[in-house]
Design a protein around this ligand. Structure first.
Ligand code: IPE
Ligand code: IPE
Ligand code: MG
Length: 239
């Protein structure tokens, strides 16, 4: 029997909710920040592996609009790790050729971190092999509201009429403008919810929930998620 095309292909776009850092640290009697540090290592591993596999877009949920509820110590620890990662990415830019994009409302980040995000975006803009989209202070509802406000402003400015608003036009106002929807969304840590991650973009994505905690997530886990994805029968509403 002929195998579906997807049988041997990797998804073009994988999105990951990097969850379980806190529980990983707790299991070891370590502070939550140690879990985030180990989570950052897991991200480095998986980003490299995605490149090896030929994944074109990797979108990772790093900090949500709701994560500000956490202690000041934890939030500043996460922000510090992000800064370290971005500096490293800027240093290795010419070697790695990864294009960086940021989804989320960056205005609430510190000026230093915002500057690193802008620099990474600008300096990597010409690379086209792999694109990493970091979701920082990202909330799917917030993204949709910001897009709706921008569209409304363009209507007020006479650039659009309300009737221009199609799915394709609205998509161009989102943080993910120009990026195809993820075929596969992975959430480790055992939680089975989306927690405000990419609601517009994932209406027909395949979700794989896994019990491994993010700091323990490795290439074999990604292989397993992709295998599971390949077994799915995607119908997009068709019969
Ligand atoms: C994910 O791990 C990282 C962020 C949300 C920033 P968590 O910190 O949510 O880990 P758990 O869910 O408490 O184990
Ligand atoms: C989602 O995880 C956000 C990130 C992984 C960045 P959370 O840990 O914040 O989600 P809930 O609270 O379990 O829904
Ligand atoms: Mg969590």
């Amino acid at each position: 029997m002929a195998l579906p095309d997807r049988e041997n292909t990797v998804p073009r776009h994988i999105a990951i909710i990097m969850d379980g850092n806190g529980r990983w640290a707790k299991q070891r009697g370590l502070p939550r920040t140690a879990g985030h540090k180990a989570g950052a290592e897991a991200f480095r591993r998986i980003a490299n592996y995605c490149r090896t596999l030929g994944v074109r877009y990797l979108t990772v949920y790093a900090f949500s609009t709701e994560n500000w509820k956490r202690s000041e110590e934890e939030v500043s620890g996460i922000m510090k790790l992000l800064g370290i990662y971005l500096k490293e990415a800027l240093r290795d830019m010419e070697k790695n050729h990864v294009r960086f994009c940021f989804f989320g409302d960056l205005s609430r980040l510190s000026p230093e971190l915002r500057k690193l995000c802008l620099e990474a975006t600008e300096r990597s803009g010409e690379y086209h092999e792999v694109q990493v989209n970091f979701c920082l202070n990202y909330g799917g509802r917030d993204e949709i509201l910001r897009a709706a406000r921008s569209f409304a402003a363009d209507v007020a400015a006479g650039k659009h009429t309300p009737d221009d608003l199609t799915e394709a036009v609205f998509s161009e106002y989102l943080d993910s403008a120009g990026v195809p929807d993820p075929e596969l969304v992975i959430r480790p840590s055992g939680e089975m919810r989306t927690s405000n991650f990419l609601p517009w973009q994932t209406v027909y994505s395949e979700f794989v929930f896994m019990n491994v905690l993010w700091p323990d997530f490795g290439p074999r886990d990604l292989d397993q998620a992709i295998e599971e994805y390949r077994r799915r029968n995607r119908r997009f509403g068709g019969a």
